[in-house]
Design a protein around this ligand. Structure first.
Ligand code: MG
Ligand code: MG
Ligand code: ZN
Length: 647
């Protein structure tokens, strides 16, 4: 546990944590962490502890909009170089800048004063958020600092507040004079320099030129020797209870991560918007898993066997690309059931009318072997219904089950039983169940059957009730997986509220439980089964641009895959296929730690992408799934594995 940020920012860090979606375990950890943070400083920093409070705008006056660019991004520290001429303080790097007539008052003091007055004496609307003004003296130290002191005294609102720090750097007076300045003046110390206790009492931060300590270009990791040297320097500064900052450091995303790992308190930047966005999104872009689970060790006895299969379990991670899988892998300390599967292919996911698919044609292609338009469920691009896998396998008396941790009428499950040109027509989709050879369907009904945005206010409960009444002629409709009795020869619909919760909000092991129950029901059929299980919410995490959401959903999905593999080994005639309908979020992973279960990345969109998705197969006929192919090819491969004709 550590605290490296020493500018009175503990509360800010607490805020930061509150933005992360945490489970109760993690919440406890958070509270502990904050308690520890109040005690003192330790060595190991974590990127997810950082916020824009740690951002320093270097040479701020050179930006398109000085002060405001950094201020509106919430930066914790802003730097202005100042020059004294004829009793006036100008901002700029050298005397040639004086002719630009940019005065400290116009560019910094007046704008800041306006905000402080607006925020009842605080620089930011959040009263716990502080701001450091780092004043870099470019002309004679004594006279320039004296002018600065005189000028600041004209702005009492800016100096008699704890949440603004005026810190002097550049041409500083001799350290022996530090204590002779008014109490609102603080100093930036030089890393490696020895100071008296008196001088230290007025130093809040230590800075240094990164190039003096390493010629690292900012890519990959620091050379080990340089890293050790820097860690010692940083520890020494933290020992003195001062913040640390390096200027002249590389200013790219990888460097920012590495500086955070080192425990550097202020990240110095000339790229305000990029660093601001990076730090503002860091909490939703980072995840540390409190838990990990043991993966199943397959026997591989029937893996790759040429005999036809009796059962297929098709697991679709909605929106689950390789980065999503790898976030789960990293969070689970470098282990994933899915990665135990040896037969691997790539599925190209474009729809008939778009380079980028949505979920509807994404899995409709798998279910029908036909590419269709975005939003289309079980119809071709002309809107004509196409037969789906359950219809083909029924000819061999193979029974179908569908489970999802989303809505039962949502696109992915609907793709296996409905024929509608629009995925939004939930009531029509559910009515299609009457004619579909589907033995069981499990999921939530929050959206399609009640409280739903897609239905008009007047239609809500009425439609839900009507549809259920119609479907009751065919199905036993129950509100929990536990209510399903596998010993009854019934068809089942389970509409369970818990199914629609995210893992972060307490879905628990619902998907595993539903898979287990479905297998029990469907295994009673001597001719075998086709079971589609959807990890629906990996996609939601991608749309939300939230790695915690993504990784926890992937881990749940993967546990379910582990159960499927275990069943396949016991059964010997079951093929397990794990794939996705598309990738969501354009996720890429930029930082992680297998030992800590920590992963951090960036999303490039809040929608789907065109990236091909992985296909993993395990069991007899798994070799069919090797290669690179269109998603429609999965249809034929599945039927071939059964030995069922696709005509
Ligand atoms: Mg400067
Ligand atoms: Mg879906
Ligand atoms: Zn989606």
């Amino acid at each position: 546990m550590q605290s490296k940020f020493i500018n009175g920012n503990l509360l800010k860090r607490y805020y930061f944590y509150d933005h992360v979606l945490l489970n109760p375990n993690q919440k406890m950890k958070k509270i502990l962490l904050v308690l520890f943070a109040m005690v003192g400083y330790a060595a190991s920093a974590q990127p997810f502890d950082y916020s824009v409070a740690n951002a320093h705008s270097h040479n701020d006056y050179n930006n398109l909009v000085p002060f405001y660019d950094a201020y509106t991004n919430g930066f914790g520290s802003i730097e202005a170089d100042i020059l004294l001429q004829d009793g006036i303080l100008y901002v700029g790097h050298g005397v040639e800048d004086i002719k630009l007539k940019r005065t400290l008052e116009d560019y910094y003091l007046r704008p800041l004063l306006a905000d402080v007055q607006k925020n009842n004496g605080h620089p930011y609307a959040n009263p716990d958020k502080s701001l450091q003004l780092l004043i870099d003296i470019k002309t004679d130290s004594i006279s320039t600092v004296d002018s600065l002191v005189a000028l600041l005294k004209k702005y009492p609102d800016l100096i008699y507040t704890k949440s603004i720090k005026w810190t002097i750097t550049g041409n500083r007076p001799d350290p022996s004079l530090f204590t002779s300045y008014p109490s609102f003046i603080w100093f930036d110390g030089e890393i490696g320099k020895n100071y008296s206790n008196d001088a230290l009492s007025r130093i809040v931060m230590m800075s240094g030129d990164m190039k003096e300590f390493t010629d690292w270009n900012g890519k990959s990791n620091l050379p080990a020797a340089d890293e050790a040297k820097l860690k010692t320097l940083i520890a020494n500064v933290h020992q003195l209870k001062k913040s640390i900052r390096f200027w002249d450091a590389p200013d790219i995303i990888n460097t920012w991560y590495q500086l955070m790992h080192l425990g550097v308190d202020y990240i110095n930047t000339d790229h305000i918007r990029e660093l601001g966005t990076f730090l503002n999104k860091l909490s939703s872009n980072s995840f540390v898993s409190a838990d990990s689970y043991k993966i199943y060790q397959p026997t591989y006895k029937s893996d790759g066997a040429t005999k036809k299969v009796k059962n297929i379990i098709l697991l679709i991670g909605d929106g689950c690309g390789l980065a999503q899988l790898y976030s789960g892998y990293t969070a689970n300390r470098g282990a994933l059931n899915i990665f135990q599967m040896k037969y691997i292919g790539l599925s190209k996911t474009s729809s008939y009318d778009n380079y980028i698919t949505d979920s509807a044609p994404g899995s409709s292609s798998i279910a029908s072997g036909v590419k269709s338009n975005n939003r289309a469920v079980g119809v071709d691009h002309n809107g004509v219904p196409v037969p789906l896998i359950p219809v083909f396998v029924e000819k061999k008396k193979i029974k179908t089950g569908l489970i999802t941790c989303g809505d039962i009428a949502d696109a992915t499950p609907a793709d296996f039983y409905a024929h509608q040109t629009s995925r939004d027509n939930a009531s029509a989709i559910l009515r299609d169940l009457k004619d579909a050879p589907v033995e069981l369907l499990m999921g939530s009904g929050d959206e399609s059957l009640g409280n739903v945005s897609i239905l008009k206010e007047s239609e809500k409960s009425k439609i839900g009730d009507d549809i259920l009444t119609e479907l009751k002629t065919k199905y036993n409709i129950v509100s929990s997986v536990d209510s399903v009795n596998e010993n009854k020869k019934d068809k089942w619909i389970v509409i369970e509220n818990r199914a629609g919760l995210s893992m972060l909000n307490g879905r628990g092991n619902w998907l595993q439980h539903a898979l287990d129950k479905s297998i029990k029901v469907l295994s009673k059929n001597p001719a075998g089964f086709f079971l589609m299980a959807e990890g629906a919410q990996i996609d939601y995490g991608g749309h939300d641009n939230n790695i915690s959401y993504v990784a926890t959903e992937v881990m749940d999905f993967d546990k379910t895959v582990g159960d499927a593999l275990r069943f396949a080994d016991k059964d010997g005639e079951t093929l397990v296929i794990v794939t996705a309908d598309h990738e969501t979020g354009g996720l890429t992973l930029l930082d992680g730690d297998y030992k800590k279960g920590y992963v951090s990345g960036q999303f490039s969109t809040n929608d789907h992408t065109a990236l091909p998705v992985q296909v993993f197969a395990y069991g007899p006929q798994s070799f069919l799934f090797n290669g690179v192919y269109e998603n429609t090819a999965l249809f034929k491969k599945i039927l071939d594995a059964y030995g069922v004709s696709g005509k």
